[in-house]
Write a protein that binds this ligand. Structure first.
Ligand code: TMO
Length: 313
């Protein structure tokens, strides 16, 4: 047997005796990137972990609501941050149509809602009750909102239904949407200089927790169905007459074909788990330390091998 034939025989043997483990497809796993820092960093963290186990990864910038339809259709492979308050409704709608799986609920517990930095409470001592906020509405007026208070909402794709809530609860507020998350933080920093009252959209876990003490406004407590069933919540004929869930979930979702196409990656995804502290730290690396998200992810992985290496085993 010549050398080439021997090699061919050997490699055929190696192939036939290889363990019957399914291999991940070499097609790239498509990871969506949205417009708030923890999501951008942890999506890069997950992408770098999947690369470390041999998968190909591609990032796409997508709308944070439409992504659930894209996952259902297999155009996007997964979502690392499904926040109950912002995305529960779109996620449930995609689940009802089929094609998307609830991979897991992470340890992190989330809240997204109207929020104010602590100096605001000095000007409006009845806070955090929303009725007290409403009586103080004039304190939040801007040239743009006349004698109504300004509520500074997030970018519109977060779809927080703030206007519906204003209408349902009869609030003396006008909703103004910020163009970016960074614009929200700039407004808090500007208000801080003169201790001007401000009420805006915020969430936890976030870097804000460590920089500006503050509180969420307490609206009527969230009940399941408050977004779809007028009978839920205190106002009989209105939806969105509740606050967002105060102890919301953070889930990972994936295309239902992922397990078959990339079994190894899917097994890793099932083990990934972030805590509030980890997510706040990831946001801080970008929003306070001004790192690029990819670099923040690389640093997080270098600093936290004991956390993530076991996810790949
Ligand atoms: C989804 N978000 C964290 C911006 O509320």
């Amino acid at each position: 047997m010549n050398k080439r034939a021997l090699l061919a025989t050997l490699s055929a043997l190696a192939l036939s005796s290889a363990p019957a483990l399914a291999q991940d497809s070499t097609d790239p796993i498509i990871i969506p990137i949205h417009n708030w820092s923890s999501q951008i960093v942890d999506s890069n963290v997950v992408g770098q972990i999947l690369k470390s186990v041999g998968d190909n990864v591609e990032y796409v910038t997508t709308d944070s609501q439409a992504v659930y339809e894209s996952i259902r259709l297999g155009d996007v492979s997964l979502e690392v941050e499904v926040w109950e308050g912002a995305f529960g409704k779109s996620f449930r709608a995609a689940q009802d149509k089929g094609g998307i799986v609830d991979v897991k609920t992470m340890t992190a517990v989330t809240r997204e809602d109207w929020w104010y930095p602590s100096w605001t409470k000095e000007a409006c001592p009845g806070l955090p009750d929303y009725k007290a906020l409403n009586e103080c509405a004039k304190l939040f007026a801007t040239p743009e909102t006349g004698d109504k208070g300004r509520f500074l909402g997030g970018p519109v794709d977060w779809l927080k239904h703030d206007q519906e809530r204003v209408d349902a609860l009869g609030l003396n507020f006008t909703v103004v949407n910020a163009g970016s998350a960074a614009a929200l933080w700039a407004e808090i920093a500007a208000a801080e200089k003169t201790k001007t009252p401000i009420v805006l959209f915020n969430w936890t876990p976030n870097f804000v927790d460590a920089v500006w003490p503050g509180e969420f406004v307490e609206f009527p407590k969230w009940e399941d169905g408050c977004d779809t069933d007028p009978a839920k919540g205190p106002v009989a004929d209105k939806t969105f007459d509740c606050g967002n869930p105060a102890n919301g979930y953070m889930k990972i979702a994936a295309w239902d074909g992922m397990e078959k196409k990339w079994p190894k990656a899917f097994a890793v995804l099932q083990k990934i788990d972030f805590t509030n502290a980890q997510l706040a730290e990831m946001a801080k690396m970008v929003d306070v330390d001004q790192m690029e998200p990819e670099d923040a992810a690389t640093k997080w992985l270098a600093d936290n091998e004991a956390v993530w290496k076991p996810w790949t085993e």
